[in-house]
Design a protein around this ligand. Sequence first.
Ligand code: NAP
Length: 495
Amino acid sequence: MICVPIVADNMKDALRDMESASKVADVIELRIDYISDVNLPQIMEKRTKPVIVTNRPVRERGKFSGSEEERLLLLKQAVQLQADYVDIEHDSMQGVKTSIGGLLTYSKTKIIVSYHNFKETPDNLLEIYNTLFQSGGDIVKIVTHANSITDNIKIYQLLQQSKTPTISFCMGEYGIISRILYKIFGSYLTFASLQKGKESAPGQINIEELLNRYHVKSQNKHTKVYGLIGNPVSHSISPVIHNTLFKEMGMNCVYVPFKVDEIDTFISEFKKLNILGYSVTIPHKESILHCLDDVDPIAGKIGAVNTVVNKNNRLVGYNTDLEAAITTLADVVNVSDPGLIGSYFKNKNVTIIGAGGVARTIAFGLKRYDSNITFVNRNTERMKSLAREVGCSFASMNNLQNLETDILINATPVGMYPLINETPIDANLLNSKMVVFDTIYNPAETKLIKDAKEKGCKTVGGLPMFVYQAAEQFRLWTDKTPPIDAIKTIAYANL
Ligand code: NAP
């Protein structure tokens, strides 16, 4: 079940929001502590969905600042009005039993006994659960703050052990996955805001996203989980791409963002959740290698993995960026026959701006075809070291105009959103014979690409590369080839 909290501060707006929320949510949480002119009978009369009545005091980061007696009186009224659930903070249970215990015996109202920890996810969750369970509620609610992605695993293990209906998840950015995967975790329900800006707790995502991006309604205990390892991950369009593909191809799978700081701990802890595949992005593409059971020879040679496949609990690393970049370049020069790609790139003079992960991957890819590669990079030591490793040349930025370049590749973030007016190379250094490939995909057309088009160059941005690497990733995970055009459409629509 998805529960939408109503956080309006007056009756008029609360009734309006409750009506909108009732169209999409299974349960409505009435945060009556937010409503300054609260009229509980009126709200209860207008409800069309089951409601949780919550009157959170200031000490629990709520807004009710009256006395405890006044607070409990409103909850008593909620029980009298046959609210479906009332939320009672665990340390108020004794007071509730004394003041409205008798009423509850004959009421259909279920008590949610709740514990909130806004600082951390403690280790003794089972102990907390037992205390809450014994206090006499019908449903236990344990909500904590995640300080790292692995805190979600504590919640998962708690839910696996709980014997009664339990609502549990982590707040904060690291805790988002416990909200999205609540059915797989085993939580009684999850919370989602009515829309952006109407959250009642940190990390709460909006219901539209929960339903349309993560297809929460069709998730169940058997849903296979995939995800993106990186930091940051919130801007990524990979979730929308893979989740749309899963839906369109009728697969019971979901793809979620994992914001990861410590790759070693993440990999070992998340084995408990049996994640079936990962995409890997900055800053873990290289550091993940030593956490894997096996690495594909090409990925091993490049020293970077962007895809992980779980094969019977063995994690195997691949690099789908390399072939994606080569296919992107081959497309722009109209070499569609794979047998002709090698001869096209042989002896071509390729200048790569950058010496990071992408520069390295593309260089290894082109080196197979004996292209003449030259790196140009801000950090000269890094550039020289990479040139030695790949077996190619390097040059200084000032020397760019003297380089003979057939193919120019930008493998730096210069020109990427939001600094879209920047470019890694002066437009005067471009000429019409060059093929220009900017690996940046946001914006789809960078300043470099615009300049190159004006000079009459053949050009391509980073989006096709992104699409090809995602498609191959999907194939490695599922053994199914997704439609490239569909991925392109999704990617363009979401940039
Ligand atoms: P990386 O490993 O962090 O390398 C970044 C490179 O860019 C380094 O060579 C760095 O130079 C250089 N650089 C960064 N900021 C710069 C600046 N202000 N001026 C000049 N040089 C600068 O990153 P990466 O993984 O290779 O990714 C590089 C870019 O590729 C990304 O920003 C993204 O736009 C693009 N990309 C595209 C795809 C795709 O599928 N199309 C996939 C991944 C990445 P120093 O060595 O001097 O620091």
